[in-house]
Design a protein around this ligand. Structure first.
Ligand SMILES: [Zn+2]
Ligand SMILES: [Zn+2]
Length: 320
């Protein structure tokens, strides 16, 4: 099992103690919510309903964890070799920032319209976006991630969290074309867990508040469950609100077929628009056509992440 760039097993990773600590904290938070739900259910509902809720809770927990791992372990696609800047361009130019180099790129783009380059306007001519680090032409929606140190197809944003919980490392944890679905599912199922926590723990907290001052079983047997349900409810509310707000923003972006990075770009007439016209079509572009599989962390995204249907903001017709 390899981890860092230096190679070796996960235990050799310099961040290994930190990862273990993060895992323990995460499990502690979720375990507290789980126990809080459990204790809340014991005194309020029948045994069968209790069992159904606990089974549903564990199913949601499994979906959350598997979505997280799927997001972290799905590598961004390697940029196709046809996007590599020809060696003779690089050799003939002492600095790849010179005008002559950009003119060479412009000429190359005109000769290869099939690559659908996104062109940058420098006044008297246009040249295709290219990455000075990877020395490739950037396919549409591709961005260079400085943390991952490579170009990422349809990069949404770099997320240091999702990679922190797996044996690999932070440098492969961008949210990109092929793991965007898994990342959204992780946020979705985690927020469902929080919602369940708030729903089932709240009545118990209210019950504890109403019965305070009426000890029945001795102080210790009452204080410990009270502490667990109260901290479980706090965790569920705080985590749930954070997850809900963050994912609402990402769902809104996806509804418009826009990435987080694209939403921060200047909104001019030259900015490509990838909106397919309907929210359902935009969601299908990442989640696939079979709606039954939308909620499961299995790969259903169709495409290579290099070519997209787009329209210019100045035109009404969708064009390739
Ligand atoms: Zn790059
Ligand atoms: Zn990254």
């Amino acid at each position: 099992m390899k981890c860092c760039k230096a190679g070796g097993c996960c235990c050799c990773c310099p961040n290994f103690p930190g990862r273990i600590f993060a895992w323990l904290i995460a499990f502690f938070i979720w375990y507290q919510i789980f126990i809080g739900v459990h204790i809340g259910l014991v005194s309020n509902l029948g045994l069968i309903f209790h069992a159904v809720i606990i089974i549903f809770w564990n199913a949601c927990f499994l979906l959350t964890i598997s979505s997280l791992f799927s997001a972290a372990l799905t590598e961004p696609a390697e940029i196709d070799s046809k996007y590599k800047v020809p060696d003779e361009f690089l050799e003939s130019s002492a600095s790849n920032r010179t005008i002559s180099f950009h003119r060479q790129l412009s000429k190359y783009a005109n000769e290869h319209p099939e690559l659908s380059f996104q062109l940058l306007d420098v006044g008297d001519f246009k040249y295709p976006r290219y990455c000075v680090h990877c020395q490739i032409f950037k396919p549409p929606r591709t961005h260079h991630c400085r943390t991952c140190e490579k170009c990422i197809p349809r990069m949404d944003h770099h997320c240091p969290v999702i990679g922190y919980f797996v044996y690999k490392q932070e440098v492969t944890t961008c949210v990109h074309f092929h793991n965007h679905k898994f990342f959204l599912l992780f946020l979705f199922w985690a927020s469902i867990l929080c919602l369940m926590g708030v729903t089932f723990i709240s009545p118990q907290v209210v019950y504890l508040i109403n019965t305070s001052g009426e000890p029945k079983y001795g102080s210790l047997t009452e204080v410990i469950p009270a502490m667990i349900v109260t901290s479980g409810l706090t965790n569920a509310i705080v985590c749930g609100l954070a997850l809900f707000c963050f994912q609402m923003y990402l769902w809104w972006m996806l509804k418009n077929n826009e990435t987080t990075l694209e939403s921060h770009e200047d909104d001019d007439d030259e900015k490509p628009d990838y909106d397919l016209g309907k929210a359902c079509l935009n969601i299908k572009s990442i989640f696939g056509k079979r709606k039954l599989l939308w909620f499961l962390p299995i790969p259903t995204t169709v495409g290579n992440g290099f070519t997209f249907v787009q329209k210019l903001r100045t035109e009404n017709n969708i064009e390739e």
